[in-house]
Design a protein around this ligand. Sequence first.
Ligand code: FAD
Length: 394
Amino acid sequence: MASSRTIIIAGAGIGGLSAALALAARGFRAVILEQAPKLETAGAGIQLPPNATRILIALGLTERLAPAIVVPDEVRIMSTRSERPLGRVPLRGATLARYGAPYWVVHRGDLQEALAQAAESDPDVALKLGVTVEDCAAYPGGVTVAARHRHIMIEERGLALVGADGLWSTLRTRLTGDAEPRFAGRVAWRATIPADAAPAAFRDPVVNLWLGRDAHLVHYPIRGGRDVNIVAIVTDPTPRPGWSQPATREELMARFARWPRPVRQLLEAPERWLTWALHDRAPLADWGRDAFTLLGDAAHPMLPFLAQGGAMAIEDADVLARALAATPERPDQAFRAYEKARRRRTARAQNAARKTGRIYGLTGIGAVARNTVIRLSSGTRLLARQDWLYGWKG
Ligand SMILES: Cc1cc2nc3c(=O)[nH]c(=O)nc-3n(C[C@H](O)[C@H](O)[C@H](O)COP(=O)(O)OP(=O)(O)OC[C@H]3O[C@@H](n4cnc5c(N)ncnc54)[C@H](O)[C@@H]3O)c2cc1C
């Protein structure tokens, strides 16, 4: 493969790895530069809606992911008052019939590992770990990327550069001068536990969503049903950087003191919690210039209330590879076409995620109205509200 077909990708997250696989499938060579010396397999669960699974399946990942995924029957929206479902959104069977693709839930580490293994076994993908991208420049016919490996500066050359370096993207700052992400005033507490440590009712293949005062809770089985993933999102004015800030169970239990007993039992089970302060950014008008562009959270970080941030990164990867394949000699044109194809949809998702967060956080009469609407909606109607997200076909 000629080096003129080499696309450099900064970041080996869900977005960067998916982009590398999509590019290799279209005849490009992908070089991924990842700052971490080792790929992170810690973390928690992630929901993969049909707009994402359709692409992962096309990339040939079904077999690698099969032992790790759970196909949930439904999303059960639970009332903390009655401890009964307010509404049920059908998933298994329903998403296949309606969108032609399944809904999966998986441990983020298992997804990352499956993507990385697929990348490592592809001769057209090179994954370089411990390499931090610091700068980039265009030259006639290509780009140079300045990066640091341990204390040594190195240079990588290619046809184009994709910044898939996440929420705190260095390349976004370099390319757009955009300011810091904005803190949403909420913190996600995340943990996984062995399924047999969870109350029996919570081991069903179901995504449970509890809506309560100043907090909401999502839990579902992962790892083929062997573990249960728990995410509790609480209102909190203090941003805590990174995943591993000290977070004690007592602190969380105090926030859920008035929640139903089975929920409290679930929250008492994990020995260790990781916290993540929720940030996003406003939609961005220009994602790049020349043969540089952004992808995934670097381009359009969103709050997790739609469970779509990773899915949008996977969609980006698919569209980017197709755009480059259409005009391989002009990556600048290809990137502008990719950005045009993605801007409106990702902006809509960013805004919808914020709005969903506000709806989840309603209290008093607002919460009563929300719950009434959910209670009166059929499952099909609740699912149909997601048509614009799940039914995307590029
Ligand atoms: C609580 C929570 C729950 C979520 N749930 C879901 C869900 O259910 N479904 C869903 O689709 N999404 C979900 N998301 C969103 C999803 O996790 C992100 O949108 C997704 O991980 C973004 O992937 P990415 O590859 O763009 O960025 P990242 O995963 O952040 O990857 C960026 C990579 O770039 C590397 N990097 C950074 N800087 C540099 C540099 N200078 N040089 C080289 N490498 C660099 C990083 O080390 C990292 O590996 C959730 C998010 C949160 C916070």
